[in-house]
Design a protein around this ligand. Sequence first.
Ligand SMILES: Cc1cc2nc3c(=O)[nH]c(=O)nc-3n(C[C@H](O)[C@H](O)[C@H](O)COP(=O)(O)O)c2cc1C
Length: 191
Amino acid sequence: MNKISIQPIVEKRYSPRAYDSKQLSIETIESLFEAARWAASSRNSQPWRFIYATPDQNETWDKLFDCLIPFNQEWVKSAPFLMLALVQKIDPERNVERKNVAYDLGLAMGNFTMQASHLGIYLRNMGGFSVQKAIDHFNIPEMFEPVIMVTAGYLGNEENLPDHLVVPKGNQRSRKSIDSIIFDGNWDKMK
Ligand SMILES: Cc1cc2nc3c(=O)[nH]c(=O)nc-3n(C[C@H](O)[C@H](O)[C@H](O)COP(=O)(O)O)c2cc1C
């Protein structure tokens, strides 16, 4: 099959572990959150919340960094931006659990990621962190739930990375084929 063309900001995205020492300006960081803010959400609830730090914000940086598992700490130490994304899982007006918060946050992070890509900035998401440490370090109330941690920055030189941290890029990355994810509802054909 011929290669199907997609937008460059989608095509060039990948998740690096090596970042350049160039810092992100406050205007740049604000534009990422501005893009996130305009995402769709269930009942327009906008349940996403973000705690972020740049390396000069020592106290917040140290708290965020301490939440990460050692494997992630090994490479995140050179990132210029570190964030914890949370959701407000309880609707405070109706006092009921929101069903779609993970989807809502995913849409916001999709916007954030594409705005970053447009600016030549790359992200890496991390599920490898301690939710309990995040709750303790930031006194997170029960109605909120930490979901994901994220680094962002300009691309750095991978030559300084140990082999086990080097990531595949571009079409070296593996993906399921289109045929194996889109189907007619007949589950017999699906693996
Ligand atoms: C929910 C989630 C959790 C992830 N957790 C980690 C992690 O803890 N550490 C890490 O180095 N990468 C992590 N990743 C990055 C994925 O491994 C990466 O996105 C995947 O291999 C696809 O590569 P690509 O983003 O370059 O296309 C995570 C990604 C997602 C979406």
